[in-house]
Design a protein around this ligand. Structure first.
Ligand SMILES: CC(C)(COP(=O)(O)OP(=O)(O)OC[C@H]1O[C@@H](n2cnc3c(N)ncnc32)[C@H](O)[C@@H]1OP(=O)(O)O)[C@@H](O)C(=O)NCCC(=O)NCCS
Length: 172
């Protein structure tokens, strides 16, 4: 198995994660997102199929978009005098694992790898949080991987839940 950047792949191997939107993004949109510098996609493949993929883009957690009590909680990680109106983040735009490989630890492995990449000393730009708009079905997966919700109540009408992971924990 190997991990490659989308732009280094000659042809994307077949992929099915059971979700039409996530399957479609890989084949129809990921190339455009890369060219337009909106999101970078990484592919894990074996000799036959695409095993998993994820895409990353820059983000921020901002006071104006987070519920007051959660913002207060989040801000506690910083000394009072140093409080800012927003903190830098990187977002997992998409993450999907092939049905053939589901539940074998690959999603966890990829999330751990992204976390390590972001705290790597050679990283050019600072980012404190890893964020994701998690599919409701995938909430237990992200909780297991240390993410917390960024909302007080989960909206019935919304398909996704904003979540964050504090990368500082990896350095302490
Ligand atoms: C969510 C997803 C990325 C997880 O990848 P994975 O390689 O299957 O996950 P892992 O094997 O590393 O982790 C499994 C754990 O995550 C949780 N989990 C994974 N998928 C889950 C699901 N669909 N429903 C509930 N829990 C799930 C379980 O708690 C499981 O823990 P367990 O092994 O103790 O039972 C993958 O299942 C997937 O692609 N799902 C469809 C697309 C999707 O929902 N993507 C997320 C978009 S935000």
């Amino acid at each position: 198995m190997r991990l490659v950047k989308l732009e280094e792949v000659e042809e994307i191997k077949p992929f099915d994660c059971g979700d039409t939107d996530l399957n479609g993004f890989l084949f129809e949109d990921a190339g455009y997102y890369f060219k337009e510098m909106i999101a970078n996609t990484f592919i894990m493949e074996d000799d036959q199929i695409t095993v998993a993929y994820f895409s990353l883009l820059n983000d921020k957690i901002s006071q104006t978009t987070v519920d007051k009590n959660l913002w207060r909680k989040l801000r506690k990680a910083f000394p009072h005098r140093k409080h800012l109106g927003s903190y830098p983040a990187v977002k997992i735009g998409r993450l999907a694992v092939s049905i053939a490989y589901r539940g074998q630890g690959i999603g966890t492995e990829l999330v751990s790898m992204v976390k390590q990449m972001l705290v790597n000393k050679s990283a050019l730009s600072a980012c404190r949080f890893l964020t994701v708009d998690a599919y409701k079905e995938a909430l237990p997966f992200y909780v297991k991987n240390g993410f917390k919700t960024l909302v007080n109540t989960i909206d019935d009408d919304s398909h996704t839940i904003p979540m964050y992971y504090d990368l500082k924990g990896l350095l302490d």
